[in-house]
Write a protein that binds this ligand. Structure first.
Ligand SMILES: Cc1ncc(COP(=O)(O)O)c(C=O)c1O
Length: 390
């Protein structure tokens, strides 16, 4: 079975874990601090504002807390988002308000976001569908103009950028994910970026029980007496990552450019091999100056055959899927009228895309997709013709 997502871990990651293991310092320590600095450098932001956490979801929940939400407050986000995005809003006591997306890019435009902003909007949260940056610069500008904080979910976009500026650095807060299906993985893990230095210090405290001082995490040296005393001003959680996973993360981050190069090659090969399949629409071209991480490769087809094609491919050992089932279909999160999202969710299918795919795998996927689409469309046409004859 060809998977849609797959990690790429090897000897180097294993050696890095072995080194952490041998040091006997496996909790948050110097390796985690180094990984934060490396990732911040990669994104182009100060290291003090980056926190290595145990998942992007933890980061989204903390981000909503940092924004300071309460009953009656609203957070604008696309319905075409991950379940954690809406959960984080609800958990903070606010209400998600969904904006629509472009049915081809599955990203919201700045106009989509602006259309649903209201007097109760306390934050905007957007992601980068499949690693495509989308109109993030324009959305950041809308938020700046309206004085609303922007939370950027860059879970799928570790190498994405617009005009040389990394995704994740447009927002006031941002998260990345290193779970096992992401482009770089630490098993579980993520990063939280907080632009404002004072808010970043607060985020650091809230990420570890509300405690002020984490210096003892990276050194055995004690600098004050009675270091065991507690200084807690507000209740925190326990969201920080550890040195074992950070050791893996540093290696994965070094390998990221190679991963994205291979993913791009595969996406281009899909484009070449699928451009002439009748009834299949390929992902949109990237606008000038945009760089994708190529997390998803998606095709679109008539809604009537999408699920059948997915089943045919599964029987042919090619796993496909759809991200993200619309959040406004979940009664807990509320409802909305979103034609672009409806269309995208009925027509879109993600093909396998990971750095472990060979050229033969790519040919196999495209061959089987072509067969499935052609035979399902032919069956529909035959059915329609038969029906018209009565
Ligand atoms: C857009 C998006 N945000 C957040 C997450 C959550 O990431 P994590 O598993 O690290 O909590 C995911 C995971 O699939 C995601 O796709």
């Amino acid at each position: 079975m060809l998977n849609v997502f797959q990690p790429a871990l090897g000897e180097e990651e294993l050696a890095a874990v072995a080194e952490a293991f041998a040091s006997n310092w496996v909790g948050y320590g110097s390796r985690a601090a180094r990984f934060e600095a490396e990732f911040a450098d990669h994104v182009g932001v100060p290291g003090e504002n980056m926190i290595f956490i145990n998942s992007a979801t933890s980061g989204l929940f903390l981000a909503m807390e940092l924004v300071g939400l309460g009953p009656g407050d609203e957070v604008v986000l696309p319905s075409q988002a991950f379940v954690a995005n809406a959960n984080a809003v609800l958990a903070a006591g606010a209400r998600p308000v969904f904006c629509d997306v472009d049915p081809h890019t599955l990203n919201p435009s700045a106009a989509d976001v602006e259309r649903v902003l209201g007097p109760r909007t306390k934050a905007v949260m957007v992601l980068h569908y499949g690693g495509y940056p989308g109109e993030i610069a324009e959305i950041a500008e809308v938020c700046r103009r309206r004085g609303v904080p922007l939370v950027e979910d860059a879970a799928c976009a570790p190498a994405s950028a617009v005009a040389g500026r990394s995704c994740g650095s447009f927002g006031d807060l941002a998260v990345w994910s290193f779970d096992s299906r992401k482009i770089i993985t630490t098993g579980d893990g993520g990063m939280l970026y907080v632009r404002d230095p004072a808010l970043a210090r607060r985020a650091n405290r809230l990420a570890y029980h509300g405690l002020e001082d984490r210096s003892s995490f990276t050194t055995a040296a004690r600098v004050s007496s009675r270091w065991w005393d507690l200084h807690v001003d507000e209740p925190g959680r326990r969201l920080i990552g550890n040195d074992m996973t950070a050791a893996i993360g540093s290696v994965q981050l070094r390998r990221l450019p190679g991963f994205v190069r291979r993913r791009r090659e595969i996406a281009e090969r899909y484009d070449e091999l699928l451009h002439d399949v009748d009834g299949v629409r390929l992902p949109p071209p990237l606008p000038a100056g945009h760089i994708s991480s190529y997390y998803f490769y998606w095709v679109q087809m008539a809604a009537a055959i999408r699920d059948e094609v997915a089943e045919d491919l599964l029987k042919a050992d090619v796993y496909t899927t759809f991200r993200y089932a619309p959040l406004h279909h979940v009664p807990l999160f509320g409802s909305a009228d979103l034609p672009g999202t409806e269309e995208a969710s009925r027509t879109t299918l993600l093909l396998p895309l990971h750095q472990g795919l060979s050229d033969d795998d790519v040919r196999l996927v495209t061959g089987r997709l072509r067969e499935a689409v052609e035979s399902r469309l032919a069956a529909r046409r035959a059915g329609a013709t038969g029906g018209s004859r009565g």
